[in-house]
Ligand binder design. Structure first.
Ligand code: CUA
Length: 153
């Protein structure tokens, strides 16, 4: 008798959890950021904006610059970039091969780069200095060699 009550309780709880997840995913639009835009990993070099890696000035957007990075085993392009102090920048990055990390120490930039997806983040560089970008997803033998540098001047 009691077993049946607990069984019903368990199934009811499960249904509540599933509907909460369903509502949050489809109604509120909660999705991992990487699901927003896709790209063919084999055509990264010829697909805008990744055909022009680096800092590009943009007009008529909420941000002043787009900072484009391409990751591949085992480096980032560009390997070093200068950003003007105070600039509002959209960082746009993807990977040509496997999953890489993209973490700029001392900033709020920390993204995961997945093949086939574009990772984006808008930030303001309000601290001068050199910010080392490292890969924080294990991606193979050269994982520890992957780095780039954002110089805010
Ligand atoms: Cu790229 Cu670890």
């Amino acid at each position: 008798k009691f077993e049946k009550i607990w069984l019903i309780f368990g199934v009811a709880t499960l249904l509540v959890f599933l509907s909460v997840i369903g509502v949050s995913a489809f109604y509120l639009g909660n999705q991992p950021p990487s699901c927003l835009a896709t790209i063919n990993p084999e055509k990264v070099d010829t697909t805008a904006p990744f055909d022009k890696p680096g800092l590009n000035k943009v007009e008529g957007k909420e941000w002043d610059y787009e900072l484009v990075f391409v990751a591949s085993a085992f480096n980032y392009t560009p390997g070093e970039v200068e950003v003007p102090l105070g600039a509002k920048v959209k960082v746009i990055a993807t990977t040509k091969d496997v999953v890489h990390g993209f973490n700029a120490a001392g900033t709020n930039i920390n993204m995961m780069l997945e093949p086939g997806y574009i990772s984006e983040l808008v930030t303001t560089f309000d601290k001068a200095g050199e910010f080392l970008i490292v890969c924080n997803e294990y991606c193979g033998a050269g994982h520890h060699l992957m780095s780039s540098m954002i110089k805010v001047v």
